[in-house]
Design a protein around this ligand. Structure first.
Ligand SMILES: NC(=O)c1ccc[n+]([C@@H]2O[C@H](COP(=O)([O-])OP(=O)(O)OC[C@H]3O[C@@H](n4cnc5c(N)ncnc54)[C@H](O)[C@@H]3O)[C@@H](O)[C@H]2O)c1
Length: 283
């Protein structure tokens, strides 16, 4: 890494939480989003993440929110991105949105910058192919809520170099994360498994077998899950879950990944989970 500035592109659920964690570790952060309204909401989102991390994680509050916020530059433009040693891409789980960002960054980013691509399901090899040097890109699948989850799934694309892998692992360890480095196929380990579970849980509710509360209670009490599959889907965002199921379905051409129609209907109705105040639960 050539310096200590980290650029985070996309200031949604993951971008804000990642900016908080990275700035807390002492890095200067650019948090960029193309939407003015998203940038206007970002300070509140970061504050909420910080408060909940302080509640859930001992010692998180040792760095004050003021100090952290001073290290984050919120912007809708790309000024300063050329100085970043690492670029963390956190935009919407749409290939076209990600491609557009990579095309833009290709002209602006430092040629030695490393790219951390945060995707739920899209092949890292495919995403990296839209960057000028795929060897400098690696999948960094941060888990939600970012400040609380230390495990990070790190996915090597076909062309990811050893130098990129080592540089990214060292960066993640400097944030207090425990990276697990794996090979690349859509959905990786975590989402290939977890999306089948969330989707089947939605089918169970659709079929009238059990309520969301009952499904989650059975998985938590019977299988020691910290969160039930439908609480998790609400936390991730039902829109993101549906996008990911589409990517898995298209990638593997396997009907086991077909999206539950009720889940799609909830997304069409704007019931995206926590981020819109209503999903399987009301917030
Ligand atoms: N939500 C989760 O729990 C979770 C967990 C792990 C990984 N992910 C992955 O992380 C990525 C981000 O997910 P999220 O949940 O934060 O999504 P989100 O919808 O909350 O945020 C995405 C942000 O990207 C912005 N964006 C879209 N196009 C842009 C562009 N061209 N330039 C700048 N900003 C742009 C949008 O305005 C939005 O604010 C996705 O690929 C998702 O699959 C999400």
């Amino acid at each position: 890494m050539h310096n200590q500035l980290i650029a985070i592109i996309g200031a949604g659920v993951m971008g804000c939480a990642t900016a908080l964690d990275v700035a807390r570790a002492g890095y200067q952060v650019i948090l960029q989003d193309h939407s003015e309204s998203v940038i206007a909401l970002a300070p509140d989102r970061i504050r909420r993440e910080y408060r909940s991390a302080c509640f859930l994680q001992r010692g998180y509050g040792e760095v004050s929110l003021d100090v952290i916020m001073d290290r984050i530059s919120l912007q809708i433009h790309d000024a300063g991105v050329e100085e970043a040693g690492i670029i963390i891409e956190n935009v919407t789980e749409h290939l076209d949105s990600k491609r557009e960002v990579y095309a833009r960054l290709s002209h602006k980013a430092h040629p030695e910058a490393l790219y951390a691509l945060n995707t739920s399901c899209i092949s890292v090899t495919k995403l990296a192919s839209y960057l000028p040097d795929p060897g400098r890109a690696i999948g960094v699948h941060l888990m939600n809520p970012v400040p609380v989850k230390t495990m990070v799934e790190v996915i090597k694309g076909q062309h990811t170099t050893l130098e990129t892998e080592q540089g990214m692992v060292a960066f993640l360890e400097s944030l207090g994360k425990n990276p697990v480095v794996i090979e690349d196929l859509p959905g990786f380990v975590s989402n290939r498994l977890s999306h089948l579970l969330m989707n089947e849980a939605a089918f169970i509710v659709q079929d009238g077998i059990a309520t969301a509360e009952q499904v989650d209670a059975i998985m938590k009490k019977g299988f020691n899950y910290q969160m039930g599959p439908l609480e998790t889907a609400d936390l991730i965002g039902l829109d993101t879950v549906v996008h990911s199921l589409k990517v898995l379905y298209d990638s593997y051409q396997d009907p086991k990944f077909r999206c539950c129609p009720m889940l799609q209907k909830m997304v069409d109705a704007g019931q995206w989970g926590r981020k819109t105040g209503q999903g399987f639960y009301a917030y």
